[in-house]
Write a protein that binds this ligand. Structure first.
Ligand code: FE2
Length: 268
């Protein structure tokens, strides 16, 4: 459960740090599984959805497909379902959930890597009017996301409070053109291994990775399930692998109902 201070910070600044999002005994196992997953992806033996930093698909910066059977790592599904995570998820989203996502953010080894300033707007208009932008920002919270650092990680930078207001002129310039420029008030959110940051993707943010500074961070989320509002849609290309029959089979029993709620909304 978050403290009142964490809830307030989440609302006002768009993030809070949690010390208890993972059982300390599980942390080394998650770290080991994450290292194995990265090694497998870099070996070229895996055909899972990966965000590559090189044309040759040799250096990943984000690894999806962690729930797929070829990883043989049930610990990622277990993390999503874990008691500490569920305490936060139920608090913010209630009890009706559907499967969100889980991936690894990591540093490519060949060069520094960054994802410039953006808001996670999905299909929503990115350069809209104040009215359009505020309509998105004012939506009630429907998903909860977190980054869990498995080694110390200061790669996430965000502009606290920007999830609640229209962009400034300088922010607009950085969102549209000067993606790696400086934004007044923008700051890194350093995490120690084992700490998690729960944060809002509507806040203006970026990822800044160094080739020789190891980043092994789990980025995950849960979605609120609202059957009266949710419409079937074309499956996001990043999630098509989850349509495979063999994915559901390896999920923990407790996850299958949440998977099925996601699956039924997919047009493929
Ligand atoms: Fe993002």
């Amino acid at each position: 459960m978050p403290t009142p201070e964490q809830v307030q910070q989440y609302d006002e600044l768009g993030y809070f740090i949690a010390e208890d999002a993972v059982d300390p005994a599980v942390l080394p196992e998650l770290l080991a599984a994450t290292r194995r997953a990265k090694k497998k992806v870099r070996s070229g033996r895996m055909d899972v959805y990966t965000h590559w930093a090189t044309k040759e698909n040799s250096e990943p910066w984000a690894i999806r497909g962690l729930l797929a059977p070829e990883f043989e790592e049930p610990i990622f599904a277990e993390h999503l379902l874990s008691r500490p995570i569920m305490h936060y998820v139920h608090y913010f989203l209630g009890n009706e959930l559907r499967l969100g996502s889980i991936l690894i953010f990591t540093n490519p080894y060949h060069e520094d890597w960054g994802i410039g300033w953006h808001r996670d707007f999905g299909k929503d208009v990115r350069n809209g009017t104040e009215e359009e932008e505020m309509a998105v920002l004012n939506r009630p919270l429907y998903s909860l996301r977190w980054h869990l650092a498995l080694v110390d990680d200061a790669c996430l930078e965000l502009v606290p409070g920007s999830q609640r207001r229209y962009r400034t002129d300088r922010e607009r310039e950085c969102l549209a053109n000067d993606r790696n420029g400086d934004i007044p008030g923008g700051m890194a959110i350093p995490l120690k291994a084992g700490q998690a940051v729960f944060w809002k993707g509507y806040a203006i943010h970026r990822g800044v990775m160094k080739k020789d500074v190891e980043r092994l961070t789990i980025a995950a989320s849960w979605r609120q399930h609202t059957p009266e509002e949710d419409q079937p849609e074309e499956t996001d290309v990043r999630f098509k692998w989850r349509l495979r029959d063999d994915v559901r089979d390896v999920l923990p029993e407790a996850m299958k109902p949440y998977y099925d709620r996601w699956r039924v909304l997919q047009l493929g």
